[in-house]
Design a protein around this ligand. Structure first.
Ligand code: NAD
Ligand code: UDP
Length: 312
């Protein structure tokens, strides 16, 4: 078996650490690069004794040199409180990170996958969202540093592909949850589970009638690997997410039930530009990658709750 060299930026984060596990299990050599802004050594500590795993502290806004066959570019804070903490840095991470990693891919002739996001659709006026939808993003809003940073990164990927023949793949990831989400990162699944396990009030923003479609992390990792291994002519962008859509209030009630919690639901103001609805159209992923999600919300939440029970 040929052992591929794979670089994962943001590899010590929530999604990245699961990708490290899976690619090592498949017999590859994995270089995990991270600046530990939202990621933690703890997420990959179980891999440190593996001779085919290397953890590198580095910031993608500065160039990086390595020999590698594939690059998964995940480095970027993903939760609104973290990406808004330093909006300029978030945009630099998306844009300069993309330029540095595309430059590396060009130099060593590596294939490179960009972790893009459903946020490129903004607060969508088309529902569910197909890849052909151009989106509805406020360029000067609270979320712009993330949304526009990711949109610019997609443009850069396309341009490196057209001008320099770099082999690219773009995946648009919809809301993903699972073990190793940061307990304080403010995303809805981790917030509600931590609150429910501690019998604290569950904080629903707005009336809780906004919707999201939640995907379990193992389904996402499968989709990422299938995309990386797909034929060179298929570059995406391709949506990867679970089309089962729930309101935030439904999610809160489900988590209270699954944790058998005494928590009460309370309502807080809805943050500005918070998308009202989100659901992926996954026809393209089904057709090109033969991919669809396998893990339903109850099953995924139970695994995630079990994880949070060990850390809170
Ligand atoms: P995360 O915050 O857990 O992981 C991001 C990782 O990138 C962290 O380890 C962080 O320390 C690292 N990082 C941030 N800035 C960096 C920099 N300048 N240099 C090097 N490393 C840096 O988030 P996640 O949920 O694992 O998301 C991973 C990727 O997937 C992100 O690019 C995110 O935009 C994308 N994504 C995630 C979701 C989701 O629901 N989880 C949805 C859409 C897109
Ligand atoms: N949300 C909430 N309570 C929380 C955290 C989030 O009601 O404690 C809402 C948030 O306003 C949004 C949805 O849950 O409508 C999903 O938020 P998250 O930050 O997880 O993801 P994103 O908004 O980026 O899709």
């Amino acid at each position: 078996m040929s052992r591929k060299k794979v670089l994962i930026t943001g590899g010590a984060g929530f999604v990245g650490s699961h990708l490290c596990d899976r690619l090592l299990k498949e017999g590859n050599e994995v270089y995990c690069l991270d600046n530990f802004f939202t990621g933690q050594k703890q997420n990959v500590v179980h891999l440190l004794d593996n001779p085919y795993f290397e953890l590198i502290r580095h910031d993608v806004t500065t160039p990086f040199f390595i020999e590698t066959d594939e690059i998964y570019n995940l480095a970027c804070p993903a939760s609104p409180i973290h990406y808004q903490y330093n909006a300029i840095k978030t945009m630099k991470t998306s844009v300069m990170g993309a330029i540095n990693m595309l430059g590396l891919a060009k130099r060593v002739n590596a294939k490179i996958l960009q972790a893009s996001t459903s946020e490129v659709y903004g607060d969508p006026l088309v529902h569910p969202q197909p890849e052909s939808y151009w989106g509805h993003v406020n360029p000067i809003g609270e979320r712009a540093c993330y949304d526009e940073g990711k949109r610019s990164a997609e443009t850069l990927f396309l341009n490196y592909h057209k001008q320099n023949n770099v082999k690219i793949k773009i995946i648009r990831i919809f809301n993903t949850y699972g073990p190793r989400m940061h307990p304080n990162d403010g995303r809805v699944v981790s917030n509600f589970i931590v609150q429910a396990l501690q019998n604290q009030d569950i904080t629903v923003y707005g009336q809780g009638n906004q919707t999201r479609s939640f995907q379990y992390v193992d389904d996402l990792v499968e989709g990422m690997i299938r995309l990386m291994n797909s034929k060179d002519s298929f570059i995406g962008p391709v949506n990867v997410g679970n089309p089962n859509e729930f309101t935030i209030l439904e999610l809160a009630k489900k988590i209270i039930e699954l944790t058998d919690s005494k928590s009460k639901i309370i309502y807080k103001p809805l943050p500005s530009d918070d998308p009202m609805q989100r659901q992926p159209d996954i026809s393209l992923a089904k057709k090109e990658l033969d991919w669809s999600p396998r893990i339903n919300l109850d099953e995924g939440l139970i695994k995630t709750i079990d994880y949070f029970k060990t850390i809170v």
